[in-house]
Design a protein around this ligand. Structure first.
Ligand code: IPE
Ligand code: IPE
Ligand code: MG
Length: 232
């Protein structure tokens, strides 16, 4: 079993377009997949699940779509809080949440606090997240500590760098799933996916449910991870 699964939940717009529905209808349906996949990962014993819900660049979408997405996420958090506690799920946010609407940020803070001591599964929601921004922020914090004399560059390790990322206390993803067939990483977890196994499916996110997750895990289980070594 992968210890950590990360998912680029893509294709809500296309799901809606195929049905001649507004894009928001796709996002609403996508929330059902979020619920299903969180529950299924918990059932399967996955210890870390990271969901790309909103990229830094998604802020350049039309204002109504951004507002609707934030509203849906806020509702999701409010509705799921008790469910997360009951299922020992601890929520974290990856990304600069200071730029989210107040209600969304507040809901995140509340659920994070309410689930802080849960140890069954870590659920990381990437919101206003960008891999480059995350790396740049870490680099700046290193520069500040260097300037103040509190770190030495010679001894700075990869682990030290990792400890300055949103994922500081969690392992790198073993499996990265992207729905809807795009062959790109769209600024997701750039540092953390160095040796992650990639799985891309044409299934659109609103159609991605238990069976599709199990297929992705089965594909992962058939891979040979080499990490640059020779594996006979
Ligand atoms: C993913 O679906 C959801 C977010 C990026 C927030 P999209 O909205 O990107 O769907 P497509 O790519 O237009 O189909
Ligand atoms: C990536 O999907 C972001 C999320 C799934 C939240 P996008 O739809 O924004 O990515 P691009 O624009 O196709 O690269
Ligand atoms: Mg997309």
């Amino acid at each position: 079993m992968p210890l950590h699964i990360a998912i680029i939940m893509d294709g809500n717009g296309r799901w809606a377009k195929r049905r001649k529905l507004p894009r928001i209808a796709g996002h609403t349906k996508g929330i059902e997949s979020v619920r299903t996949i969180v529950t299924e990962c918990r059932r399967l014993g996955i210890k870390h699940l990271t969901l790309y819900a909103f990229s830094h660049e998604n802020f350049s979408r039309p204002e109504e779509e951004v507002a609707a997405l934030m509203e849906l996420l806020t509702q999701y958090l409010r509705i799921e809080e008790q469910e997360m506690i009951d299922n020992q799920i601890r929520l974290s946010a990856f990304g600069d949440i200071s730029l989210l609407p107040d209600e969304t940020r507040q809901a995140l803070e509340d659920v994070k606090k309410a689930t802080m001591s849960q140890e069954g599964m870590r659920l990381n929601l990437a919101l206003n997240y960008g891999g480059r921004q995350e790396i740049l922020t870490a680099a700046k914090s290193i520069a500040i500590d260097y300037a103040s004399g509190s770190i030495q560059l010679e001894s700075l390790s990869e682990a030290d760098f990792s400890s300055r990322l949103y994922s500081y206390d969690q392992p790198d993803p073993d499996l990265l799933i992207r729905t809807s067939g795009e062959l790109r990483v769209s600024n997701f977890l750039l540092w953390q996916i160095a040796y992650t196994e990639l799985y891309i499916t044409d299934v659109l996110w609103p159609d991605f449910r238990e069976k599709e997750l199990q297929d992705a895990i089965a594909a992962y289980q058939s891979r040979t991870r080499k990490f640059g070594r020779v594996v006979e």
